[in-house]
Design a protein around this ligand. Structure first.
Ligand code: C2E
Ligand code: MG
Ligand code: MG
Ligand code: MG
Length: 283
């Protein structure tokens, strides 16, 4: 009886693994046509100024509605696109879609801006900065519309190439945000050494500080250091009012999270923009 249970358990386990890898394979083969079939769209989530509630920028988050699997997380399909080399086309698609949409939104909201996530393979392409600037040019978008979000681990894979790209973008007027800061083995040193405009504090970092401890001191230090260095500090993953209050105490200037607004299509989101958001804030 026992042996049978064990056997069935293993069977189920391998079956799950098999299904997963088959799904990954399916996603990989179907991703190239997804944009043309209208299955991709960009969701946007606002970043607010903590003290006023004013919206300062929007983060573009890629969405894939698969005809069979339904919504597939970018955490699942972006790594697949990286491995299969599709990230270059996909990255261009997101960048252009986001810039085009937010540029149109400027008719309603003149200072609308957009943050676009950049994956490791994209940033480490020899022509990354040139491609970004070419896309802005083709869409007749001002460089200050755009902030690129990169992660520390990506930059560290090739510091000199990454910094060359980031410097070139900043010289043109594009901003650079360090995403997911505090999620891994982040060191405060990167804040002084990399060409940055914005640092985004990871959700896990923030949550850890609610339990008190040394993490709280580290967070406080990171916010102060980043602010002193002239960087804008955004706290990610703000899920409740208590967290927002805590950020105010810690003098963290900007925040983003479900408590403020969920990522959603641009038109739906803009309809939600509160009256306070009419105050024009320079980000
Ligand atoms: P990220 O850049 O750190 O984006 C923030 C993620 O946190 C998003 O997940 C967002 O929906 C989620 N989030 C926002 N507020 C909250 C909150 O209050 N609580 C919780 N639990 N989560 C919150 P999403 O959209 O699933 O994206 C996951 C990751 O996939 C992103 O992390 C980003 O690294 C990557 N990604 C998304 N879109 C793109 C893209 O267009 N290109 C690339 N290369 N990567 C992308
Ligand atoms: Mg991001
Ligand atoms: Mg990111
Ligand atoms: Mg993040």
């Amino acid at each position: 009886q026992h042996a049978l249970d064990h056997h069935e358990h293993l069977g189920l386990f391998t079956e799950t693994l098999l299904r997963r890898s088959q799904e990954a394979h399916l996603l990989e083969t179907q991703l190239p046509g997804a944009a043309a079939r209208g299955e991709l769209f960009v969701a946007y989530q606002p970043v607010i100024e903590v003290n006023t509630g004013a919206w300062v920028t929007l983060e573009a988050l890629l969405r894939w509605t698969h005809p069979v699997f339904g919504p597939v997380s970018p955490a699942t399909f972006v790594p697949i696109a990286e491995r299969s080399g599709q990230i270059y086309a996909l990255g261009d698609w997101v960048l252009r879609a986001a810039v085009r949409e937010v540029l149109q939104a400027r008719a309603l909201w003149p200072q609308a801006r957009v943050n676009v996530n950049v994956s490791p393979a994209q940033l480490l392409m020899p022509d990354f900065a040139a491609r970004v600037l070419a896309a802005l040019d083709a869409l007749q978008a001002p460089a200050e519309l755009l902030t690129v979000e990169v992660t520390e681990s990506t930059v560290m894979q090739n510091v000199s190439l990454a910094c060359t790209h980031l410097r070139r973008l900043r010289e043109a007027g594009v901003r650079v945000a360090l995403d997911d800061f505090g999620s891994g083995h982040s060191s405060l040193g990167v804040l002084t050494e990399l060409p940055l405009d914005v640092v985004k504090l990871d959700r896990s970092f923030l949550r850890a500080t609610l339990t008190g401890s040394r993490q709280a001191a580290l967070l406080h230090g990171a916010i102060r250091l980043a602010t002193d260095l002239g960087l804008r500090v955004v706290a990610e993953g703000v899920e409740d009012q208590a967290m927002l209050e805590r950020l105010r105490e810690l003098q963290c200037t900007y925040a983003q999270g479900y408590h403020i607004a969920r990522p959603q299509p641009l038109a739906t989101l803009l309809a939600l923009r509160p009256p306070g958001a009419e105050i024009q804030r320079e980000f």
